[in-house]
Ligand binder design. Structure first.
Ligand code: NAG
Ligand code: NAG
Length: 466
């Protein structure tokens, strides 16, 4: 099963007998179980509850206005690893656990008593490959809580009985997005609701799967990940590998460090209130290196590094604009706002003013490009392997977490006055070109983002040319 990683076992087997460098007396060694505030920014595998904000009515709807439509794009919640990653966990983690405990008995390693005990008490439990990519119980809670809080913030709009016309759900063709959508429905309605069968691949929610230029320039292009590769091969990562090896008392390579990092952050996400045993391997400095390594990867494959990464992300924004335009134009009974909207899709046009809520459930590869399309988290300088800004805006630990979500709320503020707010994982985000940090007038919003109502994905992606 682990045929592609034979070196892992070899390394562990020789570890116990290896004459190991004796440690000098260290002034202070890191003790995870004594750390009252361990580092928990775990990139795209950060549990939602460790990084989210909390919706408030005031944030979403200005005084004197009334919420009229909600449009919510949501990443699935915390999941189990892929089949391959679970298979590696099953073989490697118990072996490393034994080797680390043995090494400490032999006087190697630096783990404090509490950390050793936490690691000794760890076990795989029932983890098995049939759980691959499945939404965890924590993931269900994340989505249910998210929906509940959105409803509490705008009850007039969302605290209504379900009908097919008033609430639109859509998820991709995976268990984790469907289960996320159904947990969200539980949070809103206390019951399951009708959801259409997924489209596979979905050009709205998985545009990155139907975009030729993205596939050739980025997804299938090894050059696109060269910066994270260079960082991986650089000095800082070498220090992490040395530090972790020294701390655990066994010599490890980057591949094992990567598995341990996943073990640390997945277990933390599955049970965010508990101490995750495998996190004993890392200090906060080590974790910041791992975090930047992943941030680089997403910056180049989903972020500002390649224009196609955000150019292809217009379908969801177009859908948002069409819904909000329709809702506001029907209500305004006025031809002034966006009456030139002659290419709206038939899906948008519903009875009355359109649905109260539009809820989409997809993946990080859709969420992050949409954020990039909106101009969010853009640093003045590009991220590279040798330019690491600790205060950078681009941070998957904040905008790429499990259940990361973009909640747009359209409010009516009197005669022909409309307001758009955006909350990212329940924290209000200032949108480009808008005077207020809390949101935009409809005119401001359209002045900045209105051009995205035109979105010809086949042309953008050169899809016809194959
Ligand atoms: C919603 O639409 C589906 C598919 O057309 C239908 O099967 C279902 O009965 C509808 N549900 C309600 C509550 O109208
Ligand atoms: C590695 O260990 C050294 C010495 O304890 C420490 O100063 C440093 O912060 C650790 N981590 C990294 C990434 O350098």
């Amino acid at each position: 099963m682990l045929g592609h990683r034979p070196y892992l076992l070899v390394v562990v087997l020789i570890a116990a007998t290896l004459p190991y460098r004796t440690l000098g007396q260290r002034a202070e060694t890191y003790c995870f179980t004594d750390d009252p505030d361990p580092y928990i920014k775990f990139g795209t595998k950060t549990a939602y509850t460790l990084a989210n904000g909390e919706f408030t009515h005031e944030d979403l709807v200005p005084a004197g206005c009334e919420a009229r439509q909600a449009w919510h794009l949501v990443r699935h919640g915390t999941r189990y690893p892929s089949e391959d990653d679970i298979a590696v966990f099953l073989v490697l983690l118990p072996t490393l656990q034994d080797a680390i405990l043995l090494a400490h008995q032999d006087g190697q390693g630096e783990l404090c008593e509490g950390d050793l005990k936490l690691l000794a008490d760890w076990s795989l439990g029932d983890l098995n490959v049939s759980w691959a990519n499945v939404l965890t119980s924590q993931g269900h809670l994340e989505l249910e809580g998210l929906a509940t809080r959105y409803k509490e913030a705008i009850p007039l709009l969302l605290d209504q009985p379900f009908t097919n016309e008033s609430f639109k759900f859509r998820h991709t063709a995976t268990q984790r997005t469907e289960a996320s959508a159904r947990s969200y429905a539980q949070g809103l309605f206390g019951s399951d609701v009708y959801m259409p069968s997924p489209i596979d691949p979905d050009p709205l929610l998985k545009f990155y799967k139907v975009c030729n230029d993205y596939v050739t320039e980025v997804a299938d292009n090894p050059e696109a990940t060269i910066e994270s590769q260079l960082y991986q091969e650089g000095e800082k990562m070498a220090t992490v590998v040395d530090n972790v090896s020294l701390r655990l008392g066994i010599p490890l390579g980057f591949e094992e460090i990567e598995v341990l990092y996943d073990a640390c952050r997945y277990y933390k996400a599955w049970d965010p209130t508990a101490a995750a045993a495998w996190c004993v391997a890392f200090t906060s400095d080590d974790l910041k290196v791992m975090e930047y390594w992943e941030d680089l990867y997403y910056y180049y494959t989903n972020g500002y590094a390649y224009p196609i990464n955000y150019e292809m992300a217009c379908p969801p924004v177009q859908d948002l604009i069409q819904h909000f335009s329709f809702c506001s134009s029907i209500n305004s009974r006025s031809s002034s706002s966006s009456s030139n909207n002659n290419n709206s899709t038939s899906e948008v046009v519903e009875s009355g003013e359109g649905p109260s809520g539009v809820f989409y459930f997809t993946h990080v590869d859709a969420l992050v490009p949409v954020m990039t399309r909106l101009g969010l988290y853009k640093d003045p300088e590009p991220l590279t392997h040798d330019h690491e800004d600790p205060d950078r805006l681009w941070r998957s630990s904040s905008h790429g977490i499990f259940a990361t979500n973009l909640a747009f709320t359209l409010s009516s503020c009197g005669a022909d006055e409309w307001w758009v707010s955006l909350a990212m994982s329940e924290q209000v985000v200032a949108l480009g070109g808008c005077a207020s940090p809390l949101g935009c007038t409809w005119e401001e919003f359209m002045a900045t983002y209105g051009f995205l109502e035109q979105c010809d994905l086949d042309a953008i992606c050169n899809n016809a040319s194959t």
